[in-house]
Design a protein around this ligand. Structure first.
Ligand code: HEM
Length: 375
């Protein structure tokens, strides 16, 4: 498992910035200051996104996405959780630009896929569903809708289909031209993070403590591999004992699902009572010491933490949770977006266009779509 040492990374980053600053004239630094102070933190810029972005060019995009996701989730209800997570893992690395969807390639540009980063490897799900959605959308409106917007729409529709809130999804993102595995390892929070580390990972993306607590509520659905909780069950912090913040009855249940040295493919539900329903139970579970990951339980069991009262509010008021979740999902969906002439609209979500036309599109997309694009 990778050591997600945010502090080290941050120190290295700051050191790097200081060295760079030494080479930059004072006027440029001043200009940068003006941009950051008066225009806002660049990562958080979103002015150009608009929920009616495809009104004239692809009016049915939302229902196309919904129908594909609905069909898939009939057979695989967990897919709703997987698609929400996919959007999160996209946005925390280079912004919401569908970088997470890019496969490894050598030419024309070398791309080290984020899919093999530690938090994603053997864990990310839904890549094939996104391709299915993209094919359906391309059939209706070729070359119009970005893969980044598809990920965002799929996350919203997944919330709704799991019984959670709906919201108007700001659209108009464009797809990035590269991926970054190193950043994926650095930016994505780990299940063994302390509250301070979690906050730091979210702050780095322009997200605050309420965003952290609200977005963690997505863990009201879905599953986690036993490998992410094994030390909590058997040898927490090398103590030879389980995590003391874990309810003892729940501990016994989890040990049955996740025996010591059990198969690597074993998984446990995040929410033991309503595993596929998007409700506020995540928060009452935390109150009952039934958070699955250490990072979940940290939100309630860290002494004197400011997150405790937020957990209590969401546990007692589902509307409050939904309102915050919607707002935080929109905020997360705005991270580092590419708009206007930046990036591109990928033809096939797993490859940048140059690559897909040269090598891969023919096998991945129906012939007529490929022919239409290669003209
Ligand atoms: C706060 C820090 C977070 C940490 C440390 C974390 C960590 C994890 C881990 C370790 C898993 C299990 C993956 C596996 O076993 O394959 C997981 C699953 C999941 N995460 Fe998170 N996560 C965090 C935040 C979020 C956020 C912000 C969202 C979305 C808004 C999210 C949505 C999900 C969902 C829905 C699943 C279940 C996926 C499935 O069943 O396929 N997580 N997370």
């Amino acid at each position: 498992m990778v050591s997600h040492n945010i502090n080290n990374t941050k120190t290295q980053f700051l050191e790097h910035q200081k060295q760079k600053m030494g080479l930059i004239p004072v006027t440029v630094v001043a200009l940068w200051y003006v941009i950051v102070v008066f225009v806002g933190f660049p990562l958080a810029s979103n002015a150009e996104l608009d929920s009616s972005f495809y009104k004239n060019t692809c009016p049915n995009v939302s229902s196309i996405v919904r129908e594909v996701v609905r069909n898939v989730s009939k057979k695989d209800p967990r897919m709703l959780a997987s698609l929400i997570r996919l959007h999160f893992h996209d946005c925390f690395v280079l912004g919401c630009d569908a970088s997470v969807l890019l496969n490894n390639t050598d030419t024309p540009t070398k791309i080290e896929s984020e899919q093999q980063a530690f938090p994603n490897n053997n864990s990310l799900r839904g890549l094939d569903v996104v391709n299915q959605i993209k094919t359906a959308v391309e059939n209706a409106c070729p070359g119009i809708v970005s893969c980044a917007d598809i990920l965002t729409l799929a996350a919203e529709v997944s919330s709704v289909l799991a019984g959670g809130p709906d919201w108007k999804v700001p659209l108009g993102r464009r797809d990035g031209l590269t991926a970054n595995r190193t950043l994926a390892n650095q930016n994505l929070p780990a299940p063994f993070f302390t509250l301070a580390q979690l906050k730091s990972a979210f702050t780095a993306q322009g997200l605050n403590t309420t965003d952290l607590v609200a977005l963690s509520g997505a863990h009201t659905i879905g599953r986690a591999h036993c490998s992410f909780i094994n030390t909590r069950l058997f040898n927490f912090s090398n103590s030879g004992k389980p995590d003391p913040t874990l309810d003892t009855t729940y501990l016994q249940t989890l040990r049955k699902t996740c025996p010591n040295n059990g198969p690597a493919t074993n998984i446990a539900n995040f929410d033991p009572t309503t595993p596929d329903t998007f409700d506020k139970n995540y928060y009452s579970n935390l109150q009952g010491k039934k958070g699955l990951l250490q990072s979940d339980q940290e939100l309630f069991s860290t002494s004197d933490a400011d997150t405790i009262s937020i957990v209590n509010t969401f546990a007692s008021n589902q509307d409050a949770f939904y309102e915050s979740f919607k707002a935080s999902m929109i905020k997360m969906g705005n991270i580092g977006v590419l708009t206007g002439k930046n990036g591109e609209i990928r033809k096939q979500c797993n490859f940048i266009n140059k690559k897909s036309v040269e090598f891969d599109l023919a096998s991945a997309v129906p012939k007529e779509v490929w022919l239409a694009h290669s003209k």
